[in-house]
Structures are given as C-alpha cells and as structure tokens.
Design a protein around this ligand. Structure first.
Ligand code: WT7
Length: 659
C-alpha cells in the first residue's frame, strides 16, 4: 500500500480548537507528556479516576502475551462506579437519561432513579438464579431498561452478551449457544419507523434451540400480544418492580469478565469479543472525559448508536454514566416522524456533545442542508464521528451544518476489540484536518507498518497496528484462545515468529501524512490493485463525495482484463439533483473526470452507477462484497446481514451505467 495515491496527503485545511474550549479543556497537551514519560503510570492514574473497593498495586501483567491482565490485584464494581458513587457525592437528583421514545413519549431518569431500578433488577436477576460469572443475553430495543439490564448484570458480576435487536432468531440463538447463556432479557417489542416491531417472537424461536436458557425476562414496551411459556417467561414489571431497592454492590476482580459482544464476521462464525472489568472501565471512562471533554455539570451528551454495538456499550452506558453525565437516549430512527428528528431532539434538550456515524452524516447530506437549518443547534460544542472513515467533505458538511463552523469534530477510530477509542483528535488540543483521525490518544501505541513490519515514514501507507497492550483491549475470543491469537496477533511480530514484540493487527490500512497524522483507509481487504497501483476504496469514495452533487459513494475493484482490477463506483446523489440529470450520461462523465482530476488519471472509475441506496450492514457499514458481485455480473452472495434486503433489488433494477 506504500504507493497509494497522495491525494489525502494534500489536505491543507486545518481547524484548531476554539480558544475558550482549549482554555477550559479537561485534557491538555500535558497528557501526552505524562504518557510518554511513563505509559503505565499514565493509565494507572486514569484507573484511579474510578472507585476501587480494593486498590490495585500491579498495573499490567504482560508475562503471558497476548493475554493481558490490567490492575489484576484490584477489585471494583462497575455499577457502583456508574451509580452509587455519584449518589454518595450528592448528585442523585441529577438527570442521567433524558429518554425519547420514537412515538414521542419521554422519560426523565435521575441517577437516584437509575440506581434504584438497577438495584431492583440486580435483586430480581439473583432471584431468577443468576450468579456471578453466569452469562445473560440482552435482546432489547433502545429503552432505558436496556441500560438497566446491562448495569444490573455488571452489579452482580454476571457477564452480559447484548445482541442487536435487529438480528434474526438464528443470529440470536447462535450467540446464546456460544456463550451458554442462562437468561435472556428482552421486550415485547420496540418502536421503529412509526410502528411497533416485535422482539419476543424472535426470542421464542431462538430459545427453542437453546437448552441453556432457564428464564426469559420480558419488558412491556409496545403492549403487543406475546406467546407465553409458563415457568420460563417472566414479566419485568412483575419481578423487578416488586424487588427490594436495597442492593449492596460486591467488588469483583479487575479481570472479571464484564461482557461478551459478538462481531459479525461477514462469512465466518461470529467472534465473541471478551471484555473485562477494570481496564475496560478505565479506558471507556477516561476517553469519554478526554475526547468529548465531558463536563458532567453542564453538558448534555448524546450518542446515537444502538446499545447492541460496542459504541452503545462504551459511549452510552459505561463511559458517560461512570462520568456522571446527563445524556439523551433515543429509541427510533432519524426520519421518524420527519427527517429533522435528530435536530429537533438536539434543540429540545440543548445537546452539547453529539456522537454519530459517517453513514448517518452522509444520509443527512443527501436529505439536504435545509433540514438541520430549521433547528437551533447552537448548544452543540463538540461533534464526534465513529464507525468508518469519514470523507473530508462529509467532515466539512458536519462541521458547517451541524457544528456551526466552530464545534470541533472528533473522528474517533476504534473497534469492538479495542473496547474504547484509540485514535482521535483531542478537542481542546488538536488542530484537526477534515477526514483524519489525527493521532493515537495518550498511552496508545498505534503505528503504521509495511509488509516487513517496519514503521512507514511520513508520506507512507501500510497496516495499522498496536504495539503495546492497552487497558480496554479484548482479552480473548470467548472460548477460543487459539482463534484470538490467529486472528489478531499472527500477522506481525512474535505471533508471526518475527521478533519478540507482540503486535496487534487491526485489519485496517492507514496512511501517515507529512505531518505524521493518520488517515484511516478502511479494511485492507478493500484495497484495489489497478494497473499495479494500490488504491484504497476510501480515497476514491472521498474524491466522489467532494463533488457537490454527490452525497455518498461506494467503490469496488472489479476484475478487468487489461488493468487487473478496474474501479467501479456506486453513487447516491444529493437531494437537490434533478432526476433527468441524475439519469444522464453527462453526469457520470463529469464524476469520472472529477475523480481523475482530484486523484490522478489512474483512479478514474471505469464505471459510475447512480443508485438510490447502498447495501449496508445493520451497523451501517457498506457491504462492498455485494457491490462487487454486481460489478462483476455475478449472482449475489450471502445477503442475510443486510440492513434492508430489498436494497440489492433496487440497485440491480435501477442500474444506470455511465461507461
Ligand atoms: C472497524 C471496527 C468502533 C465502534 C464502531 C465500529 C472501522 C471505526 C473508524 C474511524 C475509520 C473506522 C474500522 C474498524 N472504523 N471507526 N473513525 N475511521 N474507520 O466497531 O464494528 O468493531 O468496527 O470500523 O475499519 O476496524 P466495529
């Protein structure tokens, strides 16, 4: 990848933090100095931001790599850190969650309320036979009880496995079986796109294949009819509401398993990523404090992710609550009942920190600037992005139309496996460049290396790796240490029998620009080889999105008899492009030329297709594999993880090929 095109490196726009924000920032440049002086002591100091029932003496045990132990002789309780200690500090009446249901119903939940409900749920789970170390599956809509369920598990030392509420019965049963879960916590349903969407029937089907499940605990949300299995099914309002609100949080070892979260491999069996207690909470909590500059007394924070993804775990539940934040939680979709719903929520609650994904930002661009312009977004002071590389123009749009040209954009790179943010600007420190995640956070040893394992110089590209263990790192793949080593540690370093150093390879490609800043290029599997040149799909997509008529683009390399691979682009146009122009050859030609001008003739797409939608996974990532099938005129591969399976029909039927 070292000979990738140099376009991204030519980004010259740079936005320093607003002076007042920098002056009052939670974290300054000093953090980098401290981490450089003593990396482990830096993390120990962040761990001490938490309450330890038994303080740790040892920081890191790396004697059996790649199996790390952080703060191993310390003991703590995650729920105590998220709830009790705020109450003990006299902040029980502070709002923890402003919850907004999709139909417009709302709930205001203080820390005292949350503490009471979590204590009751902890007692109820105990009564249902759940003890420390047991696994509990959580399959819920975005209602406060989802967070309550997670915290109640954490409180009693049960390991939760949250499964995204949009997954099928097959996916749910596979995950329950792999973790050998004892209880499922679910709801009758949740609201999505203006109507109730059932969950309980999926659980019933899944559990019929899961002999390990003893109880199904059901929250009533939509009041849909549900089938009921006596002796197994239990209503939440029957057992939680009547349970004692007294519950003393017991301390657990820092390495006690906190949760398993399955990453959906596109083909292979999902991997149960295991996170433990002390190190995970340390990094989730500190990054929330540092990257969002979260001030619990004045900020209103909103992360739009679903609790079923790691972003929901670290940046809805554990990060914000351990910091005593006030946050918004929203049940539904951004276009229900209208396309301004997010902005309406921000105006209503005066949200000051927003955390969302590039896929959402590009959708908002497509819907048009006039929609956010109708709302007062002046409360926003920091806006974050996560999940995919954010194209420079999407970054600029986000800053201009949502961040009123002065809220710092924090583009945060991390993974389910890393547990918490790893590479990101710091909003009070970094002069950010549109499209760059900038650099590793203090205490994180990220590097870009070539095939031979050498760090690439400024201007070079290669594989993004992590050279030192970090507190919130995955500890293993549940039940499969061998796969853990093979998947993450065997490409470079000691795991590949190349030296003594253990090097974690994240699967992503990256570039280091002339100033040393990092540009994420997506999965290395997505790099195209065109006439002997490595070109990343991200670069061509960003070039397309920089054209004023394009809202979103997905690029694949299709087999080509002359060039090896040829670039085929699928584009979604902005809302204001007229239909006849969208369908004309002239526009496709204009876009091809635009890419050639931006990146060089080698990157000129062979074909541009204007499409109404792009195939995405449920977590919003573009499924390039399916587009490649289209580009190479093949029948489609597995479409079961698609968010909306009708999208591929739309694409195939409406194809406009501008050759
Ligand atoms: C993969 C991890 C991290 C929580 C949500 C996704 C991509 C994530 C960025 C970013 C470029 C990004 C990477 C990574 N990714 N954030 N800011 N810039 N790429 O978690 O489902 O485990 O996916 O998402 O490819 O490896 P995940």
């Amino acid at each position: 990848m070292s000979d990738t095109l140099a376009n991204l490196l030519s980004e010259t726009r740079q936005f320093p933090p607003p002076a007042e924000l920098a002056a009052a920032a939670n974290v300054t440049d000093a953090a980098f100095e401290e981490a450089k002086a003593d990396r482990l002591e830096f993390w120990a100091a962040q761990a001490r931001r938490l309450h330890w029932h038994r303080p740790f003496a040892e920081i890191l045990d790396w004697s059996n790599p790649p199996f790390a132990k952080w703060f191993a002789d310390g003991q703590l309780n995650v729920a105590y850190n998220c709830l009790d200690r705020h109450i003990e500090a006299g902040r029980g009446s502070k709002v923890a969650i402003h919850w907004e249901g999709e139909p417009g119903d709302t709930r205001t939940i203080t820390y005292a309320d949350l503490h009471r409900t979590v204590s009751q749920a902890a007692n109820a789970l105990t009564d249902l036979g759940v003890t420390a170390g047991d696994r509990v599956a959580i399959y819920m809509p975005m209602i406060p009880e989802a967070a309550v369920a997670m915290l109640a598990c954490a409180r009693i030392g049960a390991t939760h496995s949250v499964v995204f509420g949009g997954f099928s019965a097959d996916a749910l049963s596979g995950r329950i079986q792999d973790a050998d879960a004892k209880v499922v916590i679910t709801a009758d349903g949740g609201y999505r796109r203006g109507k109730p969407s059932a969950l309980k029937p999926t659980v019933d089907e899944a559990v019929s294949r899961c002999p390990s499940i003893e109880k199904v605990l059901v929250v009533r949300r939509t009041e849909q009819e549900v089938d009921w299995t006596d002796g197994r099914d239990v209503w939440w309002h029957d057992v939680v509401d009547s349970a004692s609100p007294e519950h003393e949080a017991q301390p657990f070892d820092a390495e006690h398993p906190l949760f398993i979260l399955y990453t959906s491999g596109t083909t292979a069996k999902p991997k149960g990523i295991l996170h433990t207690t002390g190190g995970y909470l340390t990094q989730a909590s500190w990054t929330t404090h540092a990257v969002f500059d979260l001030k619990p007394d004045t900020d209103v924070y909103w992360c739009t992710a679903d609790i079923g993804w790691v972003t929901g775990h670290s940046y809805i539940v554990y990060g914000p609550l351990s910091n005593g934040a006030t946050q918004v939680m929203y049940e539904g979709t951004p276009d229900t009942p209208h396309r301004g719903r997010f902005w309406e929520i921000i105006e209503k609650y005066k949200v000051s920190i927003l955390y969302t994904a590039p896929t959402a930002i590009r959708t908002f661009m497509k819907w048009g600037d006039d929609i956010p312009a109708k709302f007062d977004l002046s409360s926003l002071r920091i806006i974050g992005s996560v999940g995919e590389p954010i194209n420079p123009e999407a970054w600029m749009w986000y800053r201009e139309h949502i961040g009123h040209n002065n809220a710092p954009v924090v583009d945060t790179w991390w993974q389910t496996e890393t547990g918490a943010q790893m590479i990101s600007p710091l909003p009070g420190v970094t002069a950010a460049k549109p499209g760059s995640a900038m650099g590793p956070l203090p205490g994180i040893a990220a590097d870009v290396i070539d095939d031979g394992g050498n760090s690439v110089p400024p201007g070079g590209g290669g594989f993004l790796v992590l050279r030192e263990p970090w507190p919130s790192m995955l500890r293993t793949i549940w039940g499969d240490d061998k796969r853990f080593i093979e998947t993450y540690w065997s490409r470079f370093g000691a795991g590949a029998e190349a030296g003594d150093e253990w090097i974690y390879f994240a699967g992503d490609g990256a570039k280091r620009d002339d100033d040393g800043h990092l540009w994420l290029l997506g999965r290395v599997d997505d790099v195209m080889l065109v006439s002997g040149h490595n070109i990343s799909t991200t670069e061509v997509e960003s070039a397309l999105v920089s054209h004023p008529k394009v809202a979103e683009a997905a690029v694949v390399g299709a087999t080509d008899p002359t060039t090896g691979q040829a670039i085929v682009a699928f584009t979604i146009l902005r809302g204001d492009v007229p239909e006849d122009e969208a369908q004309g050859d002239a526009l496709a030609q204009e876009l091809r030329n635009h890419v050639a001008k931006t990146l060089g003739p080698i990157a000129k797409p062979r074909q541009i297709m204007v499409v109404p939608e792009l195939p995405k996974t449920r977590s919003g990532k573009i499924m390039r594999r399916l587009l490649k099938d289209v580009a190479e005129n093949r029948s489609l591969g597995d479409v079961t993880t698609l968010q909306d399976s009708s999208v591929m029909d739309l694409i195939s039927s409406g194809l406009k090929t501008g050759k």
